[in-house]
Design a protein around this ligand. Sequence first.
Ligand code: HAX
Length: 434
Amino acid sequence: MIIEDKIAEQIPAWRERVKRLVAEHGSKKVCEITVDQIFGGMRGVHVQVSDISYLDPYRGILYRGYTIPEVLERLPKAAGSEYPLAGGLYYLLMTGEIPTLGQAQEVEAEWKVRSPVPGYVLDMLDALPQKTHPMTMFSHAILALQNESIFSSSYSDGLRKPEYWLPTLQDSLNLTAKLPAIAAYIYNKKYRNGLYIAPDPQLDWGANFAHMIGRSGEWQYEELTRLFFILHADHEGANVSAHVSALVNSALSDIYYASSAAMNGLAGPLHGIANQECIRWLLDLRAAFDSFPTEEQIRSYAWDILNSGRVIPGYGHAVLRVTDPRFTAQLEFGRKYLPDDELLRLVMLVYDVLPGVLSQYGRVKNPWPNVDAITGTLQYAYGVREPDFYTVLFGVSRILGLTTFAVWSRALQKPIERPKSMTTSMLENLVCEG
Ligand code: HAX
């Protein structure tokens, strides 16, 4: 398998590089930590090393050093499509190299073989109450697959540490292969009376999701799905879902445990669920006025929200200090295919108005839109009008990055994470002594 061969080839040099860095510079300080940071969500504290992706405050996410426009341009495309194959992206994340079309297709072919979802997972989903949130269903489905973990069974059989990464890669391929079908099953069960559509072996990973929710042949929606899955795949190693996944993995829990836990973090309104909050916010904004709102009306609507102490979803970011390039990529898609869509026009008008309001508000460090400010609008325009579901799509994509990180953590034999906590009195005493 090409990804496995490539990683095996790269491991000795990486192990040597990390070993040398730690041996020669192990006691060097990377950053100081202040009381502010301890109480302030550890902002800016470097706690993780990830070579899979890096979030640059001004260039946005870099997958293996490539910006979003570079990734969209350089990765091999599905036949007749403007957007990359997710298989090619997985190859890039895993190996750091831009694949050929053949290599991207090989990953897609691996996924097809591994894609069938066991019946017990579907039965388990069927047994959940209908009102269960799609993210809860998604997390359950991933966890239900845990009994299939090759890493866990190999570990029990005495797997050696240098080989931990191999079954982790197998688990990663097995899990990621099934994600579009799991997501489609959840969508159909919840919103389409349990409609079942088998995957189409002719279609790629991204387009197959579109097909399985009944969008067969809807070319633009297939394109949107491909774009969506590329844009959400990773956001460096220390955001909530990435950090949760890394932490759980560090205990040598397998990919299924770690990914399910990560999805529980992604389900928070300050993280992935923001995409469902955004579309609701936009629909509420539209509904608040009889006709399409003016700039002045949007401004006053936004101030009312801020003055009542609520956040405006889709704006702001802990790291980014510019418009999120993932927002821009989707805006370009919308401008091209949905120029007359009313909600998209509203997204654009809000984009004209809100950064000014948030800057004037003064507290927000980044007044620009993040990825979530538009994702729901595009889904909505193509008839996927169930906001609760949007974060599942985010999760399908994000697990590509999380599993890559896990494979490399095992390859580099990272230890269990165990930082240290302290009491408030200890901190008070320490500050007084200082
Ligand atoms: N609306 C209102 N207030 C906001 C705001 C927004 N969009 N963004 C930040 N603020 C407020 C913060 O709540 C904070 O207020 P307090 O001083 O009362 O604590 C203050 O401005 C400073 O915050 P910050 O340093 O600029 O931002 P944080 O790093 O603390 O938070 C968030 C980053 C993304 C959580 C924040 O901007 C936010 O809540 N945005 C809206 C929700 C959202 O879009 N989340 C999705 C982010 C992308 C993501 O992870 N997707 O999965």
